[in-house]
Write a protein that binds this ligand. Structure first.
Ligand code: KG4
Ligand code: ZN
Length: 349
């Protein structure tokens, strides 16, 4: 069985092919970052139009790189939601048309479920942190989500915590923008902190919701604290001792500490021995490094999702489609994309 995956929930048009064992045969992404960068954020209407222009090329490219004709594909996995509705519609309509006209199986996939199971993708390389065991605790952290799940098996989840306001990636991107960095800013905050040897304790940014005993997050206060600090900071002042790298590294540390504290607490409370980070912000070098370095102190085994499968991609969608009951025949025509919604166990039949 060969599975074609399609992902178009935000500003990446992605296609991938995996085999029945989850081996990735191709994984291609067309990023719209240059389209949206001049506006400092994703413009939904432009995103939909660019998905329309790119999707067929991406699917053809994924098949070409996999070395397979379309006739060898038996199943299509597609992101049904959550995301930008116009963007999702492009991928979902394409997948429905393809599956319906060719008599293929169709599997609707929840985007966040794709992220938290991307660590299960087989791509030939051994996992650097040893075998992953169920149940594992997954932190899904991206531009649109910051939530914690207990994963008992692909398809069996419990939502343990989520953000009350902004996602961590959103906070990264907004603070990056105030710092004058390009969109999307998370990767630039990461790079500037690293290349400039930024001091993580140079600015005492708050650790939101510290002391709470549940597993919720909040990043809007931290974002405001960063904005207020930056309004009062003059890098040209004679008594200034801070660099841009110091400010970026201190902000990044506040986000990383907050994510890890809550994730470790949830893992301990639910007796999960394995912890996974996934989603775009899981590409952050400090989060990856600090998770790996400190997890053993809590008796936990850390697993970071491979870099290529952190930000939005279709390999995670195709991989997950392996584990799901497909929709066939006219039933697939009833599938409609959805813009918002937490990952519910019932979705993952
Ligand atoms: O998973 P993703 O590609 O899309 C969503 O589902 O949201 O995540 C995109 C987010 C953006 O906010 C981006 O700034 C952030 O991931 N991001 C990072 C890094 N790379 C991407 N944030 C911090 N450090 C990074 N290295
Ligand atoms: Zn995502």
């Amino acid at each position: 069985m060969y599975i074609l995956g399609i992902e178009s929930s935000c500003d990446e048009t992605a296609a991938a092919v995996v085999d029945a064992d989850g081996k990735v045969l191709s994984n291609v992404v067309s990023s719209q970052i240059p389209v949206h960068a001049r506006y400092g954020g994703v413009i939904p209407e432009l995103a939909s139009r660019n998905h329309l222009m790119a999707i067929d090329t991406m699917v053809q490219e994924a098949l070409k790189q996999a070395g397979l004709p379309l006739e060898r594909i038996t199943r299509v996995g597609v992101t049904l939601g959550p995301g930008l509705i116009g963007s999702l519609m492009v991928g979902v309509q394409y997948a429905k048309s393809l599956a319906w006209t060719r008599g293929l199986e169709l599997v609707p996939v929840h985007h966040v479920e794709g992220h938290i199971t991307a660590v299960l993708i087989q791509d030939g390389a051994d996992h650097p942190h040893g075998p992953l065991e169920f149940p594992y605790l997954a932190l899904a952290v991206s531009g649109g989500h910051t939530s914690i799940y207990l994963v008992s098996a692909p398809g069996q989840y419990a939502l343990l915590g989520y953000t009350l306001d902004d996602a961590a990636g959103e906070a990264f991107d907004k603070v990056a923008r105030i710092l004058g960095l390009p969109y999307p800013g998370g990767v630039h905050v990461d790079r500037i902190s690293r290349e400039g040897n930024g001091r993580v304790d140079a600015v005492a940014f708050p650790r939101p919701l510290k002391g709470r005993d549940d597993f919720v997050f909040s990043f809007s206060g931290l974002k405001t604290a960063a904005r207020v600090f930056l309004q009062g900071w003059n890098p040209e002042a004679p008594d200034n001792t801070l660099t841009l790298a110091d400010v970026a590294a201190s902000f990044q540390e506040a986000v990383v500490d907050t994510l890890l504290r809550t994730t470790f607490a949830a893992a301990q409370a639910h007796r999960a021995r394995h912890v996974v980070i996934a989603g775009g912000v899981a590409a952050n070098s400090r989060l990856r490094g600090k998770l790996t370095a400190t997890a053993p102190d809590y008796g936990l085994c850390a697993h970071v999702t491979k870099f290529a499968y952190c930000t939005d991609n279709a390999a995670m969608i195709a991989n997950l489609a392996r584990f799901k009951t497909p929709v066939t025949g006219a039933d697939m025509l009833q599938l409609e994309p959805f813009a918002s919604g937490q990952l519910a166990p019932t979705l993952a039949a």
